[in-house]
Design a protein around this ligand. Structure first.
Ligand SMILES: Cc1cc2nc3c(=O)[nH]c(=O)nc-3n(C[C@H](O)[C@H](O)[C@H](O)COP(=O)(O)OP(=O)(O)OC[C@H]3O[C@@H](n4cnc5c(N)ncnc54)[C@H](O)[C@@H]3O)c2cc1C
Length: 489
């Protein structure tokens, strides 16, 4: 193929890898010299509520790793001194300035679907245009893009099952073929002499407990997790709902920051699913949910602040500051809810079943607006992703597309009995209940004080009394949502 142009800049954002990378591949194929850059965006960093943030640390470590990977990739193809240019400042300005300094003809990047990021990209595109520099973006974050799976009337789907059916039909080998970046790596450019990577401290952040968690970082870490998951993917459909078991992939943070390619993992699942592997089939469905929520966010950006279904904005939520505080701190008196919230606070991760349980508990047992819970998750989840988080919260609160019906209310005790039957997960995060028998660990308030005492627990002192009575809370929720019964019937 003929190479027409001279230089390009690949702007890396939530795609912190150099294998199977759409924008990098197209840049290397079309340009003689390709630079890669990442900006620690102060517009995002300054808005974070704490200077101790596992995500910033994860990104920082992954950026350092990516720099090394790019350098090695260049060396394998005879290019010395390749790597990642790292800048700190408002991304929209830094990228334009860098593109101008390097004298590139085009900035290439992978497409983002969040409204704020799209506005930023538009601003960058306009600024570059004034300098005569082109801007292009590529599908990389998702398997099928916002307009690739539409109904027969060319409309976006709002129900998951038919979406998934159409999604699976479209998901052919072509969509899953990896981009062979390595083949064109001889077009990586040697970096300008001054290229220093800032330390985490220089970015104004301090270390968290990230290194103590079982969370390998960067491209290498993602592949390590994938290898582990591949050995048990066939059991996923049976094991995925039990937080006490190692049933899920734990890849979400890597998908969030693009340290792993969605095509790579989907291809592996697709091959196994085609051979009838039920675990792989179920896992592939979860990847479809991911695309589904990206698609919903893009077509319906109002979901960021409002209910997907406008009539649900009429629900009157409670302020309930004491209940809110107890939920945030994992002190509700419902052990599974408390264990889940403590897992989130201690590790930045929460199992999917538990996300559903605590979101239901906040909205339907405590009557608190889903947006507050969504924000709390946004602050604490390592894998926080606007599309999936908003989709998950609106599903649990019944305000979303294809959501849980409003009259279906999770019982936090039976959920616990069903999905953590021997209390293994509860015991890990609520150690004060460790000595309770399996039968009672799901709801200590049902035990006699003497029984509790024999297990070393005094309710109200060692562990809280339940902050609400589930049966009464359920009735209040049915009343709260009742005005919708006309429109739903
Ligand atoms: C209230 C609520 C909030 C959520 N917030 C987020 C969030 O901020 N970021 C996020 O990535 N996921 C979110 N999810 C979806 C899901 O809980 C996580 O993706 C999953 O728990 C991550 O763990 P895993 O990688 O081991 O998942 P696995 O079970 O191994 O699934 C593999 C991948 O599929 C995708 N996936 C799985 N379930 C969903 C789903 N329901 N919606 C969208 N994608 C899915 C994720 O990318 C996940 O990594 C939320 C769910 C709920 C109910």
């Amino acid at each position: 193929m003929t190479i027409a142009a001279d230089r390009a800049l690949v702007w890396i954002r939530r795609d912190l890898r150099c294998n199977d990378h759409a924008a990098l591949y197209y840049a290397l194929r079309r340009f003689k010299q390709v630079y890669c850059a990442f900006v620690f965006d102060t517009d995002i960093l300054h808005a974070l509520p704490s200077k101790q943030d596992r995500r910033v640390e994860f990104i920082h470590a992954s950026v350092v790793q990516l720099h090394e990977q790019l350098r090695a990739l260049g060396e394998q193809s005879g290019v010395q001194g390749a790597g990642l240019i790292v800048r700190y400042g408002p991304a929209s300005q830094c990228i334009v300035q860098l593109a101008s300094e390097l004298g590139v003809q085009e900035v290439l990047t992978n497409r983002d679907y969040e409204p704020q990021a799209m506005a930023r990209d538009q601003q960058v595109q306009q600024a570059l245009q004034q300098l005569g520099i082109a801007f292009s973006d590529y599908k990389d974050q998702v398997l099928l893009d916002r307009n690739e799976v539409l109904t027969q009337q060319d409309k976006p789907y709002s129900v998951f099952t038919p979406y998934k059916r159409a999604w699976l039909q479209k998901l052919d080998a072509f969509q899953l073929t990896p981009y062979p970046v390595e083949r064109h790596a001889h077009h990586l450019a040697t970096l300008p002499a001054q290229n220093l990577l800032p330390t985490l401290e220089e970015l104004g952040f301090v270390r968290t407990n990230l290194h103590t968690l079982l969370l390998p970082i960067g491209m290498q870490g993602a592949q390590q997790l994938l290898r582990d998951f591949l050995s048990r993917m066939h059991l996923y459909h049976e094991a995925r709902d039990y937080p006490g078991r190692k049933g899920v992939s734990y890849l979400s943070v890597h998908l969030r920051f693009g340290t792993i390619s969605i095509r790579q993992i989907a291809q592996l699942a697709h091959e196994r699913a085609a051979q009838g592997d039920e675990g792989a089939q179920t896992w592939l469905s979860e990847l479809a949910w991911r695309d589904f929520y990206f698609m919903i966010l893009w077509h319906h950006p109002h979901v960021v602040t409002q209910s997907f279904r406008p009539e649900y904005d009429g629900v009157q939520w409670d302020e309930a500051p004491a209940l809110w505080q107890a939920w945030c701190e994992g002190r509700t008196g419902y052990p599974l809810v408390d264990a889940a919230m403590r897992q989130l606070l201690q590790t930045g991760y929460m199992h999917n079943r538990l996300r559903m349980v605590v979101a239901s508990f906040l909205t339907k047992d405590l009557g608190i607006d889903w947006r507050r819970g969504e924000q709390f998750f946004a602050q604490h989840l390592n894998d926080y992703d606007l599309a999936a988080n908003n989709g998950g919260w609106q599903w649990a609160a019944s305000t979303g597309c294809d959501a849980q019906p409003w009259f279906r209310i999770f019982n936090p005790i039976t959920q616990s009995q069903r999905f953590d039957p021997d209390g293994r997960f509860i015991r890990r995060y609520v150690p004060e209940l460790a000595r309770l028998p399996d039968k009672h660990i799901h709801f200590p308030a049902s035990m006699q004080p003497q029984q509790l005492q024999a297990c070393g627990v005094q309710l109200g002192k060692d562990y809280p009394q339940p902050i609400v009575d589930h049966a009464s809370a359920r009735q209040r929720t049915l009343m709260r949502f009742h005005f919708l019964s006309q429109s739903d019937s």
